[in-house]
Design a protein. Structure first.
Length: 453
């Protein structure tokens, strides 16, 4: 017996499914969700006229794909529009709530529908990065065989969070945060729409309040509409027809900065901090450090990264950098936030303005490569320790020259394994204190070269 065709709308699973609730009782963000590409706001780079994704959705010719972008930019909405346009059955799950059991049930139905009625199935999996490796592996054969079309959504970098085998079978589309004009359009529509929006309340919003809301939105449509709805309700309770800046501020409570201590934005911000101080930009360094602190980052994490920076990018050009950063780390442990933020700020500015050298990092990278290539080469006999007579008799320590017996405590003898004789790894710059080291080392190496000839 063939399965009975089911209307796609019955498979769009959301927070209000099977709940006796009217449209007006639903949150504004849900009521204003676009139902077509013409209503969709933003992502012109992907959905503009003639763009490949728009053409595929309009033609109903979909393949498995992944939408990667920050919250509130339309990932779920776009998947629903694609499903509606294609006429496919649509199952929507959050990876936080669903598991292999639910996916197995959908895949069985999908095979039956495809076999008996030729109906395609779209499985939308929100927060797909929450699926572990085993769960993602379970999806792989169903996507590969074409039993179902998988549309995943993630706020995290898929190259880190999605199995490479599954990722290679999906086309990745990167969705951008909504721009100010996009947010303004969303606000205007919500205020004017009498059926789904706030139009019946006959409210208006001044330019200052609108600009504040755009700023608070953070490129997130859902956040925009949630704040707008709260502000509208406050205005109505206060007997006001104008949504002013004070009401918007009260509705927003406190701006939630986009920051995920375990996710993509975490790495974006620490990268921005590192590169800013590497490029000797104290203002940008302070800004990115502030973004991390105000977003809730552990100050000890920032301090540890600055300690690393002191050796990686400043090094011996300013040896005090390591002392400064270690002191800041201890300050963070000793007094904590908010007081220790100034200690971190001091170090950020110091590192940004310090002369830079990556000679130590470059040397150590070369050393690791050499060890990987040449293995455990024997220590030259003359610099081996000889605590016993037996070891002395077989040559340990024989011919060793004690540096303090020579003028200036400078002595020339080979310290490298025989296979690496003359090999150099450390090349100091002529910046900061390291310039002094370079001059001394050049003199020493010139002397050694003369002795070798």
């Amino acid at each position: 017996m063939h399965p009975r065709p089911v209307n796609i709308k019955r498979h769009i699973m959301d927070l209000f499914e099977n709940v006796n609730i009217t449209l007006s009782q639903r949150p504004l963000a849900d009521r204003m969700r676009p139902s077509s590409l013409d209503e969709f706001v933003g992502q012109e780079r992907l959905l503009g006229s003639g763009k490949a994704l728009r053409k595929a959705i309009e033609a109903g010719r979909l393949s498995s794909m992944l939408f990667w972008g920050p919250p509130g930019v339309g990932k779920t909405t776009l998947a629903q529009i694609a499903a509606n346009q294609s006429g496919a059955k649509f199952y929507s799950f959050s990876a936080v709530m669903a598991g292999v059991k639910e996916i197995r049930e959908v895949s069985v139905k999908a095979r039956e529908d495809l076999k008996f009625s030729g109906t395609r199935t779209i499985l939308f999996l929100d927060e797909i990065h929450r699926f572990n490796k085993a769960q993602q592996d379970y999806l792989l054969p169903h996507v590969e065989k074409g039993d179902l079309i998988l549309i995943g959504a993630t706020t995290e970098n898929p190259s880190f969070e999605v199995n490479s085998a599954l990722l290679s079978r999906m086309r990745v589309f990167i969705l951008d945060p909504l721009g100010p004009k996009d947010i303004e359009t969303i606000i205007a529509r919500a205020l004017q729409d009498e059926e789904r929006g706030l139009g019946k309340m006959a409210l208006f919003m001044g330019e200052g309040a609108r600009d504040l809301l755009v700023s608070l939105a953070g490129g997130d449509a859902r956040n925009t509409l949630n704040i707008l709805e709260a502000a509208a309700n406050l205005s109505e309770m206060n007997g006001q027809k104008e949504i002013d800046t004070a009401t918007v501020q009260e509705a927003a409570q406190r701006r939630n900065l986009l920051y995920d201590r375990a996710g993509e934005e975490h790495y974006n911000l620490i990268s921005a901090l590192h590169k800013s101080i590497r490029d000797s930009d104290p203002d940008a360094g302070l800004y990115w450090m502030g973004r991390m602190i105000e977003g809730g980052e552990d100050p000890l994490y920032i301090a540890r990264r600055l300690v690393r920076f002191a050796s990686e990018d400043v090094g011996l050009a300013a040896p005090q950098a390591l002392e400064q950063t270690v002191a800041a780390y201890h300050a963070c442990r000793f007094i904590g936030l908010p007081e220790c933020a100034l200690a971190l700020a001091q170090v950020v500015v110091y590192l940004a303005m310090a002369p830079k050298s990556n000679s130590l990092e470059a040397a150590y990278i070369d050393i690791k490569e050499e060890i990987k290539k040449s293995g455990s080469l024997p220590t030259p006999l003359h610099i081996r320790n000889a605590p016993t007579n037996f070891m002395k008799n077989i040559g340990y320590g024989r011919g060793y020259k004690y540096a303090h017996d020579f003028p200036g405590a400078v002595v020339e003898q080979e310290h490298m394994p025989e296979e690496l004789k003359g090999r150099r790894f450390y090349y100091p710059t002529d910046r900061g204190f390291e310039k002094n080291l370079k001059e001394r080392l050049d003199t020493k190496r010139d002397l050694k070269d003369q002795n070798d000839t």
